[in-house]
Design a protein around this ligand. Structure first.
Ligand code: NG1
Length: 520
């Protein structure tokens, strides 16, 4: 699926039919507002979608494969290059505005040619643009030399992925920004892999030790298919199709309306989990592969639980599923402390002093923890990897499951997929501790009303849930949520309208060249 980001000539190339009418109105409004703001038409629009993760939660930063799909909700950036920006000597100008100007005020930056400063301690919406800018410029400099001079730009953004909702608004924004900067600076054929890799690294500049799932789903996805994303030996993605089933399967996404902001909760939630997985890798490897250090890899902290598998099974030709079962039992017998591990205990086993451990693992982003839950985190990761592989094999080799029922029913196949999603939710709740009571409730309500599988999606601790629901039960599930969950919250009309979305797999990043005042 490598190749270049498509340049669309019609919104039909970007959206599914059911979304076209609404999106055309939204894009026309964006173009109109751009003209009102800046007095001219934009030259192009760069677009990257949010995503829902079907299965494979919190394993991307341990470098294990995941199965997300892009959704219709996205970030669109209308862009014009300013030829005569009157910037100070050695600088260029970036004007960024948002259609929701009250919530996201406009800014104008004069940026020196050499570097882009981002203050990750300040939670400012334009940081995401700047991080895409910084990543894109690093790539442009690699291609054109260090004295490359970026162009001045006018930008207007419209984002429809809810922020903090677990649907990856940040990756959509960073990927769309990097794409906009590349295209505006003359790169009309933007390589998808290069764009994804730079978006992954860029997002880490905004204060989160991000894995690579979201950016990959945002850039690579193809309409009508989920995406199997792998991170080692290098970043690759391939489409995965759902066979026809009876009853037909749909993915329903439901908001919990518990806002989970990774930047605020990072020290005790997301970033802490990244540290715990890296420490679990170092600890486990030190015990089970004595004398064979973990190789440096592309994980956020440079080593990973995947690395542990690579070292331990270096000369083995055991099938991967057996390797994983063995790792799960090794975690059980090696990481025995249910109550967690102190820094002192870990440092001693991995051969560092406590200050060295802090410097190595907790200095990029601060974390707050007395004890690190290595056993539970490693168990979640390795069991989740098994679930992803089982899910994939059911989808790609479905015959025996599809044929298990009499007549045209595919109930067995549907239930198998749903069961794996339910097991993920249990593991996220019990081992990874990234669920919350509201997400647990949404899942329980949906299952009672007919969902095959229900689980949190994305980082968790709030945000969204995803449900595998037979098409003929969607209304019943929605009704049950309304009665048992949403009616008890004080929601605005806008929130009510966006609470539940039935999503078809959408397409990934694209550039749309603007010709005139309207879109086609
Ligand atoms: P969210 O918070 O849903 O965008 C985060 C990470 C992913 C992945 C999931 C958990 C970022 C940008 N995204 O997703 O890489 O680790 O959590 O599976 O940090």
């Amino acid at each position: 699926m490598a190749g270049t980001v498509p340049v669309a000539t019609s919104l039909k190339d970007i959206y599914t039919d059911d979304a076209l009418a609404e999106q055309t109105g939204r894009w026309d409004r964006l173009l109109k507002e751009f003209k009102t703001n800046y007095g001219r038409n934009p030259q192009f629009v760069s677009r990257s979608p949010g995503r829902v993760n079907i299965i494979g939660e919190h394993i991307d930063y341990s470098l294990y494969s995941v199965l997300p799909m892009a959704i219709t909700a996205d970030v669109i950036l209308a862009v014009a290059v300013i030829e005569n920006a009157h910037a100070s000597e050695g600088h260029y100008k970036i004007k960024v505005a948002n259609v929701q100007s009250a919530k996201f005020p406009a800014h104008e930056f004069e940026i020196p040619y050499g570097s882009v400063d981002i203050d990750a301690t300040v939670h400012e919406w334009t940081n995401y643009f700047k991080s895409g800018l910084r990543g894109a410029l690093a790539l442009l400099r690699k291609q054109h030399g260090t004295d490359f001079k970026p162009k001045s730009l006018e930008i207007l953004m419209d984002g429809s992925v809810p922020a903090g909702g677990g649907l990856s608004s940040s990756a959509a924004f960073v990927s769309a920004s990097a794409l906009a900067v590349m295209y505006a600076n003359g790169e009309t054929s933007v390589d998808k892999t290069a764009l994804t890799e730079l978006a992954i690294v860029s997002e880490r500049a905004v204060g989160v030790n991000s894995g690579g799932m979201d950016q990959s789903a945002s850039v690579f996805s193809l309409r009508g298919s989920a995406l199997y994303v792998s991170f080692v030996p290098s970043l690759t993605a391939r489409p995965v199709y759902f066979p026809a089933s009876n009853p037909e399967l749909t993915f329903v996404i439901a908001q919990s309306f518990v806002v989970s902001d990774k930047h605020v909760t990072g020290p005790v939630c997301y970033n802490l989990r990244v540290v715990e997985c890296s420490l679990a890798a170092a600890y486990l490897n030190a015990i089970i592969s004595k004398g064979h250090p973990l190789p440096a890899d592309s994980g956020p902290l440079g080593i990973s639980l995947h690395g542990v598998q690579d070292v331990y099974f270096k000369d083995s030709n055991k099938p991967v599923s057996e390797q994983l079962s063995e790792l799960i039992s090794l975690v059980g017998s090696t990481l025995t402390k249910e109550e967690g591990y102190t820094r002192e205990e870990i440092a001693e086993v991995i051969g560092l002093t406590v200050p060295e451990l802090n410097e190595r693992f907790t200095s990029t982003f601060p974390v707050r923890a007395e004890k690190f839950m290595l056993r539970q985190r490693a168990l979640h990761v390795y069991t989740e990897v098994v679930r992803v592989l089982q899910f994939l094999s059911i989808l790609e080799d479905p015959k025996s499951h599809l044929d298990a029922d009499s007549g045209s029913s595919t109930e067995t196949f549907n239930c198998k997929l749903g069961d794996l999603m339910n097991e993920t939710q249990d593991s996220c709740r019990d081992f990874y501790q990234c669920s919350c009571s509201e997400l647990d409730q949404l899942c329980a309500i949906a299952r009672r009303a007919g969902s095959y599988g229900s689980r949190l999606t994305g980082a968790g601790w709030g945000g969204c849930s995803v449900h595998l629901v037979p098409a003929d039960r969607v209304e019943a599930v929605k009704k049950a949520w309304e009665t048992e969950y949403y009616s008890k919250l004080n929601l605005t009309e806008e929130q009510k309208a966006g609470a539940v979305v039935v999503s078809k797999p959408g397409s990934g990043s694209a550039v749309y060249v603007v010709d005139g005042d309207t879109v086609i």
